[in-house]
Design a protein around this ligand. Structure first.
Ligand SMILES: NC(=O)C1=CN([C@@H]2O[C@H](COP(=O)(O)OP(=O)(O)OC[C@H]3O[C@@H](n4cnc5c(N)ncnc54)[C@H](OP(=O)(O)O)[C@@H]3O)[C@@H](O)[C@H]2O)C=CC1
Ligand SMILES: O=C(O)[C@@H]1CCC=N1
Length: 293
């Protein structure tokens, strides 16, 4: 198998769907796993092979791990014996540094850390990537091509991954909140709800494209909309009074801080495991010495 995916949930399935619709990887070359039968029955609808055995999936040439960070230790414990030196492991886990993943494997493994987002499903995702030194340029280029099938890709230094997890990984959540709130506003003004979602979502999509494609500063684009003594400025005044921008910045700070706390906890757990392994190997060599003596 070309690609194995352990944890075909919201993020895993979005990536699989993005990749399959690009044709870069064939359905017959993908295998995925879920914990429960109910989820496996959903995953099988993607037309790929599905297994309840993570070791089966981990035999693929490239392995994407998309379980929740709290499940990583258990899953890596299960698959470490079958992951070969040639296997390329990609983790999308938030707040989980490469060094912590290496500790969980307990040996040298080629690891790419990715931070994607769910718009990968419609091939409008944003993914940041970084890798450990064992990943060859050729393999890293392949991973970039893989995620490029799901949208935009950028290589970033690992310390930026917590910020990325907020600005693109998690941000769709509050953009959806904004769309929901905008639609509520339109409903209040008399628009039917289904139509309101379309108008709100298309406006967010268009505004995002304006930023990406004109290269203009978002402030300049805002000014283009805001006519002197017009209607828009009345809305901006209320948003400034209610602390709209401050609320977004503070919320994003909380999100990034959580990711950093998770990373610190994952690193501390890795250090404990390493210390434990050193203690075990110390005990083993004393035992061997005693047996020889
Ligand atoms: N959701 C998002 O927008 C983003 C998520 N991420 C990262 O992606 C990862 C997954 O998150 P998300 O998709 O939201 O979570 P989900 O809960 O939607 O998906 C996790 C999947 O893992 C499966 N799973 C759990 N335990 C096992 C196991 N032991 N063996 C095999 N499969 C297992 C679950 O199966 P079952 O359904 O049967 O329980 C589920 O399908 C996380 O690490 C998160 O940090 C990164 C960026 C964005
Ligand atoms: O909420 C989370 O932890 C994940 C990571 C980024 C988006 N969702």
């Amino acid at each position: 198998m070309k690609l194995g995916v352990i944890g075909a949930g919201n993020m895993g399935r979005a990536i699989i769907s993005g990749i399959l619709s690009s044709g870069l990887v064939n359905k017959n070359d993908v295998i995925a796993s879920n914990a429960t039968e109910a989820s496996r029955n959903e995953t099988v609808k993607l037309g790929i092979a599905v297994s309840g055995d993570n070791a089966d999936v981990a035999r693929a040439e490239n392995l994407l791990i998309a379980v929740k960070p709290a499940r990583l230790s258990q899953v890596i414990g299960e698959i470490a014996p079958v992951v070969k030196p040639s296997t390329l492991v990609i983790s999308v886990a938030a707040g989980t540094p490469i060094a912590a993943l290496e500790e969980l494997f307990g040996r040298q493994v080629q690891i790419v850390r990715a931070m994607p987002n769910t718009p990968a499903l419609v091939r409008e995702g944003m993914t940041a990537l970084c890798a450990n030194s064992l990943v060859s340029e050729e393999s890293f280029a392949w991973v970039q091509a893989l995620f490029a099938t799901c949208g935009r890709v950028e290589v970033v230094p690992e310390p930026l991954m917590d910020a990325v997890g907020t600005v693109s990984g998690a941000s769709p959540a509050w953009v959806y909140m904004l769309i929901e709130a905008m639609a509520d506003g339109a409903v209040r003004d008399g628009m039917p709800r289904a139509q309101a979602y379309k108008f709100a979502a298309q406006s967010v999509l268009g505004a995002a494209k304006m930023v990406l494609e004109t290269g203009l500063h978002p402030g300049a684009l805002k000014d283009q909309v805001t006519s002197p003594a017009g209607t828009t400025i009345e809305a901006l005044k209320v948003l400034e009074q209610r602390g709209f921008r401050g609320a977004v910045i503070e919320a994003m700070g909380a999100c990034t801080e959580k990711s950093r706390r998770m990373a610190a906890a994952a690193s501390a757990a890795g250090c404990q495991k390493k210390a434990g392994a050193q203690e075990d190997s110390g005990r083993l060599s004393s035992l061997l010495k005693a047996l020889k003596g």
